[in-house]
Design a protein around this ligand. Structure first.
Ligand code: NAG
Ligand code: NAG
Length: 386
């Protein structure tokens, strides 16, 4: 997939862009920096000391053969940022930060399966968001030494910063943690998580980041693992409390992003309504080319919700479906490549009901410096409906 772009391609892209989106520096790919959890981890956890639950570098992960070997992605193949790198025509998929001899010039992926926004979430077994940002600072230092300050500053302000994290703060960090539930009511806890996420965004902005993409939280209570866990849930009803936390998080995130847009000059973002988008596929799988929206392709027990995929954990027995493309869920916690691809497309140029105020396509391809006047009636800024 990651082919080098030829001169002819550049010519066509530039002509297309000249007609649609302003493009000042045609011919240089926009770097892509990724922060997050298992939704976007490309294999950083292969290099840390952790438990099999937070790794995916064994079969049947990567089953569809897009990559020769299981890479550590929590999917039957690619994850969302692999598709975005393809649509953005990056010459390579941004490598895991911890991969020895990784090249940083087109971006880097800092994500770590099991990680949270709060350092307490799965502490000691994952790379939390603050540490991921420290790793970014190391990359920034090294690229600044290599390119010089002026060029490096341009690179970091043109780059797209994608953040997909938070599920683990609510699952293991809160619902699975009676102590935390004793200390904090759900609203208070959401405030803590969002407060820390806001801080992380501000740090990246201070370091020069201007263009941000966000994957909001999915309906967490409909994950096969959570559906199996709740005595009140069944085939048609999800684990309510988990869904409520995800919704509270998503509305708080939407609110702070609107505020940051007013406070931080030049801050542009692409947010998404992954919650409703995925719930629609869970409830109406056949409308979108799936046969099953409830059960995991790989796992054990009710809904495949017992997290045994791969047989590396305590219970080694697991079932595997015949065709992962028929399923919304790959394992007890993670969607299939086909879901990743469909949502990657939505983030890239999707409908304003799911993605906005900017699409990722706009963030990757626009290189203009907006003046304040431009920002006020920027024709690419979509109305964000949800
Ligand atoms: C961030 O989370 C910590 C707990 O890890 C909490 O004490 C702190 O108040 C939070 N910060 C903000 C700004 O909410
Ligand atoms: C699922 O649970 C709901 C509410 O408890 C109930 O009304 C419904 O009949 C159940 N559905 C199935 C398929 O068991």
């Amino acid at each position: 997939m990651a082919r080098l772009i030829s001169h002819m391609d550049y010519f066509i892209i530039c002509v297309t862009l000249a007609l649609s989106i302003p493009c000042r520096v045609c011919g240089t790919a926009t770097p892509f920096f990724i922060f997050g959890d298992s939704t976007v981890d490309p294999g950083n956890n292969n290099y840390i000391n952790t438990i099999p639950e937070y790794q995916a570098n064994y079969k049947p992960y990567g089953l569809n053969g897009f990559f020769e070997e299981p890479t550590g992605r929590f999917s039957d193949g690619r994850v969302i940022v692999d598709f975005i790198a393809e649509y953005a025509k990056l010459p390579v998929i941004p490598p895991p930060f911890l991969q020895p001899s990784a090249e940083f010039i087109n971006g880097v992926n800092f994500a770590s399966g099991g990680s949270g926004i709060l350092p307490e979430t799965n502490q000691g077994q994952v790379i939390d968001l603050q540490t991921q940002i420290k790793h970014f600072e190391e990359v920034q230092k090294s690229l600044t030494e290599k390119l010089g300050e002026a060029k490096a500053n341009e690179l970091f302000s043109e780059a797209v910063y994608f953040i997909s994290i938070g599920s683990n703060d609510y699952l293991g960090g809160y619902l699975g943690n009676p102590k935390m539930q004793e200390y904090y009511a759900p609203e208070g806890y959401v405030g803590l998580v969002i407060g820390n996420l806001t801080q992380a965004i501000q740090v990246l902005y201070e370091k020069g980041g201007r263009k941000f993409g966000f994957l909001s939280l999915s309906p967490l209570g409909c994950l096969p693992a959570l559906r199996a866990l709740s005595p009140k849930a069944n085939e048609s009803v999800c684990f309510k409390e988990a869904c409520a936390l995800a919704q509270a998080h998503n509305s708080a995130l939407k609110f702070i992003l609107t505020s940051l847009e007013h406070i931080l000059r030049g801050f542009k973002y692409c947010n998404s309504n992954f919650y409703d988008w995925l719930l629609d596929r869970i409830n109406n799988p056949s409308k979108y080319g799936f046969k099953d929206g409830v059960n995991a392709c790989c796992g054990n027990g009710p809904y495949g919700g017992i997290f045994t995929c791969g047989g590396t954990k305590k219970v080694t027995d697991y079932q595997l479906c015949d065709n992962a493309d028929d399923f919304v869920w790959w394992d007890s916690f993670h969607p299939t490549e086909k879901i990743h691809e469909q949502f990657g497309q939505a983030l890239w140029n999707g409908p304003p009901s799911s993605v906005g105020p900017y699409t990722l396509q706009h963030l990757f391809l626009s290189k203009e410096e907006l003046t304040i006047a431009d920002e006020v009636d920027d024709p690419d800024r979509q109305n964000f409906h949800y």
